[in-house]
Design a binder for this molecule. Sequence first.
Ligand code: CTP
Ligand code: CA
Length: 225
Amino acid sequence: IEKLLCSQDLAGKKVLITAGPTREYLDPIRFISNRSSGKMGYALAEEAYKRGSQVTVVSGPVSINTYADIEIIHVQTASQMYHKVKEIYDQYDILIFSAAVADYRPKTTNQNKIKKENKNELTIELIKNPDILKFVGENKKPSQVIVGFSAETENVLVNSQKKLEEKNADLIVANNVLEEGAGFDVDTNIVTLISKEKIENLPKMSKSEVAKRIFDHVVTYLCKM
Ligand code: CTP
Ligand code: CA
């Protein structure tokens, strides 16, 4: 019982997590997306739930099942994810942005299927999507804790520290997605936890273990607030 009580260190907290990829449609049947599986985001949701919090996931398309008590709000595009988060973010205490949001979307989405007839080349114009984490970082209440992720293939530390600052996050979870056992699809991750106070390199571990370490950091941070 003691262990159970002690592990409920997120009781009374509301946690919002973005997870999975987004889909940016060219026409009704084609889209641009990325390799995100949603595993990291759902591992975070389950860890938050086990520690006693009320959890909502704004989720792009993934094939993962989770506990019935975790609220899943399904979206497809970055714009939909942005609007949903914007609508509800102020009700949450801890917000974690693990979604692999597409940075760009096609400037126009065809109403009908794009036909190949008479086209030997096809150019798709892309425009930038809104940055969801940046919006929340800029508009958050002082009591809200914000965690972002950073996917990099080079200059991981410097680029991730820039994200911490520019997005006004309290913690950035950085990973080099080219490293074996990190990033997309796999069940493990190799991350560095970056805050203003410290940089912590974690060894390769399961995504659920990474989730634990992230919430340990958040709980410690909340205690000092
Ligand atoms: N993010 C977001 N909305 C976007 C793009 C990114 O909320 N439109 C969030 C991601 O969920 C992640 C963080 O911002 O928590 C960093 O995402 P990442 O792709 O690593 O960096 P970007 O800021 O998009 O820059 P770049 O892709 O050029 O490295
Ligand atoms: Ca990006």
